[in-house]
Design a protein. Structure first.
Lengths: 430, 272
């Protein structure tokens, strides 16, 4: 019999366990004892009980559709990106990879029982979600990097127009082993365990097709639900609300223009309903940030920290009036949000949909916290989107506190509209 | 986009993960296990002889000769690692790496091949290695004695093929095994040879159960051998840093797949 060495009551029948509880409670004496015993009887809590899901464990987003999930889908609390090198050496291998990914993602995002197999063999599932996989709001979004369009698969002629390897911006200190990849998977779910389960499932099913290159997990802080008003944007590790100026992801027409590749983008036909994805691992120097006066933090970002309101506004979603502040008396001209989006008609061209997570990775060699932003942004035109916005941000005062160290540019494949179809089919048939 | 909560009857499942195979008669396992024991015993005999020459060179202060004998000697250990590992005290003494010790290279408990490797290749000296060499010789002889009386459990033998490929996937692909001498490709090939030996001995049984599976394994071994052969030199193998990025990547797929496929071998042959 295996017994957890830390659970002293493991293996004991229920009644002695309860007797211990009663004996302990007896110290308090009197009627309280009976109350405690009654309260404890039906649902005694033990330290190693699995925490109860706060709802959403059966949430499912339909896998089939013109566009992939995980982009305009509401961002859940837990995210992860995993970048891979593709090991397949020819077109047939690449198609097999896309078919396996399609099949696994369709299952993982739907959930269901894992197959029961002969115990003499390794089990097909890691088991970390138990014998029935719960979808938990999981989305898995598949994108490809510029390197997939090299000479291995004969796809060079079909590369999306703006897809290039990410090159460093002036403030970047890119680490090669944290950059690029032939393929990137973005996992999003209510809990990190669901993402880990999905990643391990895909790794197990693709031993001859994929090898991991780098991965980064992240979370966003949850807030109390409010039925009446628009929820606030989640805060990043600088303590500021992040994404306040995001375009409205529930506006399908707007998303069609800003996020999804369509006819007007002069992209290869296969790329329609795809999207450019910019991923950046942006280290935050949080100790230094936390030692910066609040008014300076707010000037650097361009927002009030407690409310997220612009410096000339009252609430988070107020639109700053920079025309009324040409000298930057209220919002400095080099404030982060003013540089990123100066609210002129011209800025409309550069809108992107940001969907970031916060990451925390232990301790840097200097004893400071290794944490920051897992920045993820989607756009129909990478050059006009992320790259143009980042170029406006080059040299901003915030650079003292941040250091991009990894990531890459990817192109999200169009969705799988019907069963029997597979991810990447339009690319392979192009 | 609004959140869709779809209620679906669950259907998607992985299909065809387990094929029912005919039971393997226990008697059919006797010969391959016996043959494997002969293989191990031959390898260990070579290990003893070469460790003698290697440790003699170390003790004589013959740096060049000791360096030359380091990789070929330990290859015999790497080839039979699944059996050698059954004796964890000896495995730790003979083959542990600096990472396994709290004070790394300076830890007094760090001994065996890699401690000598550290002296020869990182410090370019045999100074202070005499007691380490004596201890290694002693441990290798002890290993030989223990293996001679060992009853080889068939599941350990068959499982050894997968264990060797796990070794390759975990420490040989990354070039972290022989970090001072960079002779990793020797160990890489020795692990692969050891795994391939086991598969060869059981091949008729595997083929009877699933000829396609047998072919797939053979093809992946052939790919690994073909890539490693590019790095053969008249006296052994190139150093790990010579392995090109594309060849390293080309090795990953077959290695991962062999580890995955060989993990099914015990089940296929009906071994618990």
């Amino acid at each position: 019999m295996t017994q957890c060495p830390f659970d002293l009551t493991a293996g004991l029948p229920e009644s002695p366990r309860r007797r211990r509880l009663l004996a302990g409670a007896g110290l308090l004496g009197g009627a309280l004892v009976a109350d405690l015993a009654n309260a404890a009887a039906p649902a005694a809590k033990h330290v190693t009980d699995a925490p109860a899901a706060k709802g959403g464990i059966d949430d499912r987003y339909p896998f089939h559709g013109l566009r992939q999930q995980g982009i305009t889908t509401p961002r859940p609390a837990a995210g992860m990106v995993a970048a891979f090198d593709v090991l397949a050496s020819d077109r047939a291998g690449l198609e097999r990879l896309f078919r396996v990914l399609t099949e696994r993602i369709a299952f993982l995002t739907t959930g269901g029982p894992v197959p029961q197999t002969d115990p003499d063999y390794p089990p097909p599932d890691s088991g970390i979600l138990g014998p029935v996989v719960t979808p938990d709001g999981l989305t898995v979004t598949v994108s490809v990097g510029a390197s997939l369009f090299d000479d291995r698969f004969g796809l060079a002629a079909h590369k999306p127009v703006h897809l290039t390897p990410m090159t460093g911006f002036p403030n970047d200190a890119l680490v090669e082993r944290l950059c690029h990849g032939d393929l990137l998977l973005q996992f999003c779910a209510h809990t990190p365990d669901t993402n880990i389960h999905a990643l391990r499932d895909i790794v197990k099913n693709t031993p001859d097709l994929l090898v991991l290159r780098w991965k980064q997990e992240g979370t966003v802080p949850v807030i109390a639900a409010s039925a009446s008003k628009r929820p606030e944007s989640a805060r990043n590790l600088l303590g500021f609300r992040d994404g306040s100026a995001n375009p409205d992801s529930s506006d399908a027409v707007l998303m069609e223009r800003i996020v999804w590749v369509g006819q007007e983008n002069s992209e290869p036909a296969w790329a329609t309903h795809g999207s450019y994805q910019a991923v950046r691992l942006i280290r935050n120097f949080v100790e230094r940030w936390d030692r910066t006066p609040l008014q300076e933090q707010e000037s650097i970002i361009g927002r009030h920290k407690p409310t997220g309101a612009p410096l000339d506004g009252k609430t988070e979603f107020d639109v700053p009036d920079y025309a009324a502040d040409p000298e930057g008396k209220k919002t400095p001209l080099d404030a982060h949000i003013r540089l990123a989006n100066d609210r002129t008609p011209e800025a409309q061209k550069h809108l992107i949909l940001r969907r970031p997570f916060n990451y925390s990775n232990g301790v840097a060699p200097n004893g400071q916290l290794e944490m920051g932003l897992l920045f993820i942004a989607y756009q129909a035109n990478l050059q006009e989107g992320f790259i143009a916005v980042q170029e406006k941000l080059n040299g901003e005062p915030l650079e003292e506190y941040i250091k991009p160290i990894g990531g890459g540019y990817f192109f999200v494949l169009p969705g799988v509209p019907v069963k029997d179809d597979f991810l990447g089919r339009t690319l392979l048939n192009a | 986009m609004k959140k869709h909560i779809v209620s679906l009857a669950i259907a998607a499942m992985v299909g065809g993960m387990t094929t029912a195979y005919a039971a393997v008669a226990p008697l059919d396992l006797v010969k391959p296990v016996a043959d494997y024991k002969i293989y191990v015993s031959t390898e260990v005999t070579d290990l003893v002889a070469q460790t003698r020459a290697f440790t003699d060179a170390v003790k004589a202060g013959d740096l060049a000769k000791a360096k030359q004998l380091y990789a070929p000697t330990r290859a015999h250990y790497e080839a039979v690692e699944p059996i050698a590992e059954l004796f964890s005290d000896l495995d730790n003494a003979i083959d542990s790496r600096a990472d396994d010790h709290e004070k790394r290279e300076n830890d007094p408990t760090f001994g065996g091949f890699h401690r000598i490797e550290y002296g020869l290749f990182a410090q370019n000296s045999t100074a202070g290695l005499v007691p380490v060499a004596d201890k290694l010789m002693h441990d290798v002889l002890d290993l030989q004695k223990r293996i001679a009386t060992l009853v080889f459990p068939p599941s350990k033998v068959v499982g050894g093929a997968a264990a060797l490929m796990e070794e390759v996937a975990a420490t040989k692909i990354s070039g972290e095994e022989d970090r001072y001498s960079h002779t990793d490709l020797w160990d890489f090939q020795a692990n692969v040879d050891g795994a391939q030996k086991i598969v060869q001995l059981f091949e008729p049984l595997i083929r009877k159960q699933d000829p396609k599976f047998a072919d797939k394994i053979a093809a992946n071994f052939a790919t690994v051998d073909r890539i490693l052969a590019k790095y053969k030199t008249p006296t052994g193998y190139e150093t790990y840093d010579k392995l090109s990025a594309s060849d390293r990547k080309a090795l990953v797929g077959p290695v991962q797949t062999l580890a995955e496929d060989l993990s099914r071998l015990r089940g296929m042959l009906g071994l618990k």
